[in-house]
Design a protein around this ligand. Structure first.
Ligand code: SAM
Length: 287
């Protein structure tokens, strides 16, 4: 069964009386090359096990099942369970877990299903949970590789370099925890129903060590968030809300200059390493 064929999709979903839910971000792939490429590039075949978030009708799941030893898919919508029962009946290495990816302990799920063996994560993510889902996948520490389709702008933001319009606090968060790469674009007309925006597939390879030495991660990310909350302001003004209770404006200026930066620079220009230098210097002074 070609699970990306529009007539097949309509026939199967019709048999089960299924209706697409906009609020659950249900846009199913209709171009079979896309799930094939995602599964191929995901590392599922080499790693052995895969977790998929939001299998929908199972087009990506089937491609993963062809390559991996075991595939566990987390699907929130109960109405899709009988659909998956039909579409993936031919695979004995597949299991669906009904639940919300944001509520499930992904590390515990991997331990329960795969023991000590390694796993990769894959998804065509529902748009409405992109950021928290990527955060949960990274923070679980359970995956060798995370290959996900997201809205194109979000993909660009995640992979953005300092000083570009797309660079954001989330770029720094993701790049601190993983190596991020943009794999390929997927136009909106590859889905049913057709979304308003284009998508892109990215791959995150979690790091074993952060790329920069940070003494206090909480302070590091607080400074990053403050800088981007007021990205049109100069760094010295933007950092006021985090450092202002402990330091005056002159002291903040001096702190920024002490790591070789101009106090009038905007936070959107700083690299991960420059934020590390800034937060390490601030930590020394806050004690
Ligand atoms: N993988 C399928 C495909 O590519 O055609 C469907 C992808 S669709 C964009 C997103 C899927 O995620 C839907 O099946 C939806 O029901 C499911 N979903 C939505 N919110 C979820 C959540 N919080 N946890 C797990 N699955 C969720």
């Amino acid at each position: 069964m070609n699970l990306c064929d529009i007539d097949t999709i309509r026939a199967v979903l019709g048999r089960h009386g299924f209706r697409f839910s906009k609020s659950l971000g249900q846009n199913f792939l209709t171009d079979e090359t896309v799930p094939r490429r995602i599964a191929e590039m995901s590392g599922a075949g080499e790693t052995g096990n895969a977790v998929e978030i939001g299998p929908g009708m199972g087009c990506l799941t089937a491609e993963l099942c062809r390559r991996a030893d075991r595939v566990v898919a987390v699907e929130l919508d109960r109405a899709l369970l009988p659909v998956l029962g039909e579409t993936l009946a031919g695979y004995d290495n597949f299991e669906v877990v009904q639940g919300d990816v944001l509520q499930i302990d992904l590390a515990a799920l991997c331990r329960e299903k795969f023991g000590e063996a390694q796993a990769v994560a894959c998804a065509n993510l529902p748009y409405y949970i992109t950021t928290p889902a990527i955060t949960a996948l990274l923070e679980s520490g359970a995956f060798q590789k995370i290959t996900v389709m997201v809205q194109k702008e979000v993909a660009q933001r995640i992979c953005a370099a300092p000083g570009t319009a797309a660079y954001s606090a989330f770029s720094i968060y993701v790049q601190y925890h993983a190596e991020a790469a943009l794999l390929f674009d997927v136009p909106a007309d590859c889905f049913v129903p057709k979304p308003k925006v284009d998508s892109a597939v990215i791959q995150l390879t979690p790091r074993t060590q952060p790329p920069v030495a940070v003494r206090n991660e909480k302070l590091y990310f607080a400074l990053v968030r403050a800088a981007f909350n007021m990205r049109r302001k100069t760094l010295v003004n933007a950092l006021g809300p985090v450092l202002g209770s402990a330091m005056g404006k002159e002291e903040i200026t001096e702190l920024i200059q002490s790591v070789g930066l101009d106090a009038r620079v905007r936070g959107e220009r700083l690299s991960l390493a420059e934020y590390a230098a800034l937060s390490n210097a601030a930590e020394g002074r806050l004690k």
